[in-house]
Design a protein around this ligand. Structure first.
Ligand SMILES: Nc1nc2c(ncn2[C@@H]2O[C@H](COP(=O)(O)OP(=O)(O)O)[C@@H](O)[C@H]2O)c(=O)[nH]1
Ligand SMILES: [Mg+2]
Length: 450
């Protein structure tokens, strides 16, 4: 067990189904008192892992519901502890009464994510898998859900472990050589060592690419549409989202607030943000809209800059666009100007479209996907979080620093030390090395009953 906090030994209870009415509602109990509580709430302890129908009783022995009870004696359960699941009728009052009864019989209301946290503490899931549970529940597209399921099944953890294994073998190799100081060895002339280093470098690069794609799949992308009034921003939002979300008129200044719509580009969730047109001397409401547009820009992953294709002036610059984020210039209304649809130039990125006819919109969708660095990895995809991307980056940095030191000193001590630090960063991904603080933050974002 990982250094478990004291409270790990009590018994927790929560409704595992969402609040509200449903055909079935599930209450879940986990902990050492689950068996004793089951003894009070059921006529008899069900056979392990068999669906058993019967009445559910409160602490005074009054029947409050009937349904299916499932008994999972520890450690063969989700949490690794003894778990009782009561599948009753899905009414909020029934659920509350079942939870209250369990509390009166000695259980405690579970904190968000506490069941998953116990599964982690008891070695049932590593941290990446526990996070994937939450990501699967939250996933916004079918691809994201499948990828989260692969993370939950351990695909991402296995990739991290494989890289870890390579680093360990490299480190053993280096340390074995260091242990014979009487032999003057030039580490760089050790072909097997150099090959190991090259393989580690490749493995880092491959895993970083996949992890970044996994993060995008999980987090999606925020794309802000800006430009002068009447450029066609709201028309584009409506076209891409397939809905009449924004009001479109020929009157400049129609859009005064921010509008958000989610679209799905090859499994990538893209949040499109339509804004008030940027212009001089707006009225008070429009000015507030422009202020909000600039605020949305601050957190954007990419910007679509719309202009009328008939305008001869080049794209104007806006000081509110943060540096380092990709900007796509869209020349709209080519149905009027007669320009060819699609990519005009790549540097800067300029595209011809028509928000009215849809010309060039396929190219626009592909471009949005590409500038985000997203690649549809199909069956190989797994979900990842920013935390994982950062930890991998840090691990790679240590590795690179160690390799540089090896080249400069032609000795292995610094490399061995950096490899140790690199391993620690990798270990934080799966939870092998992680602080209580980090764990608390991760699990508190879960829903109650998970
Ligand atoms: N011909 C043509 N008209 C367009 C196109 N896109 C938008 N418009 C028209 O331009 C006007 C302003 O559009 P709107 O989407 O409200 O622009 P916004 O102010 O940037 O949000 C409306 O009358 C639209 O119908 C286009 O691609 N071709
Ligand atoms: Mg508009």
């Amino acid at each position: 067990m990982k250094n478990a906090p004291d409270y790990i030994n009590d018994t927790i209870v929560a409704a595992a189904t969402p609040p509200g009415k449903g055909g079935v509602g599930i209450v879940r109990l986990s902990g050492p008192d689950a068996e004793q509580i089951a003894g009070h709430m059921l006529a008899a302890l069900p056979a392990p892992r068999y669906a058993t129908h019967g009445e559910f009783f409160d602490a005074d022995g009054v029947a409050i519901d009937s349904g299916i009870a499932l008994w999972f004696p520890g450690p063969a359960s989700f949490t690794g502890e003894s778990v009782l699941e009561l599948q009753g009728h899905g009414g909020p009052l029934v659920m509350a009464m079942l939870v209250e009864s369990a509390i009166r019989l000695g259980a405690r209301r579970a904190e968000p994510g506490e069941f998953s946290q116990r599964a982690f503490m008891n070695g049932k899931l590593d941290l990446v898998q526990a996070e994937a549970v939450a990501d699967l529940i939250d996933s916004g597209t079918a691809q994201a859900a499948r990828a989260a399921h692969r993370s939950l099944s351990g695909a991402f953890s296995a990739a991290v472990d494989a890289l870890m294994e390579r680093l360990i073998r490299l480190r053993l190799h280096v340390e074995a050589a260091i242990d014979f100081p009487e032999e003057e060895i030039d580490f760089l002339s050790d072909a097997a060592l150099v090959e190991r280093i090259d393989n580690c470098e490749q493995a880092f690069e491959q895993l970083q690419t996949k992890t970044e794609a996994g993060r995008l799949l999980r987090d999606g992308l925020q794309v802000v549409i800006i430009g002068k009034p009447n450029a066609g921003k709201s028309s584009l939002l409506n076209l891409l989202s397939g809905q009449d979300a924004a009001i479109v008129t020929e009157i400049a200044g129609t859009t005064r607030d921010i509008l958000r719509e989610q679209i799905d580009i090859d499994g990538l969730t893209v949040e499109l943000i339509d804004t008030a047109g940027l212009r001089e001397d707006p009225d008070a409401i429009e000015a507030e809209g422009i202020r909000r547009a600039r605020k949305a820009l601050a957190t954007a992953d990419a910007v679509l800059w719309m202009q009328d294709a008939s305008e001869t002036s080049p794209a104007m610059a806006d000081e509110a666009i943060p540096e380092n984020i990709p900007v796509l210039v869209l020349r709209n209304k080519i149905d009027q100007s007669g320009d060819e649809p699609g990519v005009v130039t790549k540097e800067p990125l300029v595209l011809n479209v028509s928000a009215k006819t849809g010309a060039g919109i396929g190219a626009l969708r592909n471009t949005i996907r590409d500038i985000a660095g997203y690649r549809d990895l199909g069956e190989g995809a797994f979900t990842a979080r920013k935390r994982h991307v950062d930890a991998l980056h840090d691990a790679h940095e240590h590795f690179a620093r160690g390799c540089k030191a090896l080249k400069e000193t032609r000795a292995g001590e610094l490399l061995a030390e950096e490899l140790r630090l690199s391993q620690e960063c990798l270990g934080a991904i799966t939870g092998e090395f992680s602080s209580d603080d980090l764990l608390g933050r991760i699990f508190s974002e879960f829903c109650i009953g998970k």
